[in-house]
Design a protein around this ligand. Structure first.
Ligand code: SF4
Ligand code: SF4
Length: 167
């Protein structure tokens, strides 16, 4: 039997090897740079990702006591800069590559995360507290004393730290 015939018979028996996508599952590499996910509990609305985004795809606005973190996929080029520079690891590129959208959906095709401010336990000022992820990055051992300080606004925190120095 010729080599060609062998291959033809083998292929006939095995069936098609092409990917069934979009009618079935497809292989997705773990490191594929797809749509973004923002963890509002880890995000401190610091604005670093907005600053480093080369496409201007991230916008952080404030609405009352909530920061609105929006990523626009009509401009995002999936470079990963935001993930790389985020100090808290709050923004991550996922391997969700489903980015096809109609022109009509263009301005709704976004990822939105809401980051709420809290009230300072000392003066009542509203502020975004340091997230646990940020604390872990800043301190080798995060204890309850450090966690308690995150309930104070930056001004009261400074005051408390100063008082402790001279106690
Ligand atoms: S992946 Fe790149 S282009 Fe997309 S939002 Fe992040 S920094 Fe901007
Ligand atoms: S996602 Fe990260 S870099 Fe962007 S605002 Fe939140 S904490 Fe800052």
């Amino acid at each position: 039997m010729s080599g060609f015939l062998k291959i033809a018979i083998r292929n006939l028996l095995k069936g098609p090897v092409t990917d069934p996508y979009p009618f079935g599952k497809t292989f997705i590499p773990n490191k594929l740079r797809g749509k973004l996910k923002v963890d509002p509990k880890a995000c401190t609305a610091c604005g670093t990702c907005e600053e480093v985004c080369p496409s201007g795809a991230i916008h952080i606005t404030k609405n009352e006591n909530v920061y609105v973190h929006t990523t626009w996929y009509n401009t995002c080029c999936f470079c990963g800069n935001c993930e790389f520079f985020c100090p808290t690891g709050a923004i991550k590129l996922t391997n969700d590559f489903h980015t096809a959208n109609t022109e009509e959906e263009k301005y709704r095709f976004t990822t939105v995360a809401l980051i709420s401010e809290i009230k300072c336990e000392s003066c009542g000022e509203m502020f975004v507290p340091a997230s646990e992820a940020l604390l872990k990055r800043a301190y080798p051992n995060v204890n309850d004393t450090i966690r308690e300080l995150t309930k104070l606004c930056p001004k009261c925190r400074r005051k408390k730290a100063f008082e402790r120095l001279y106690q």
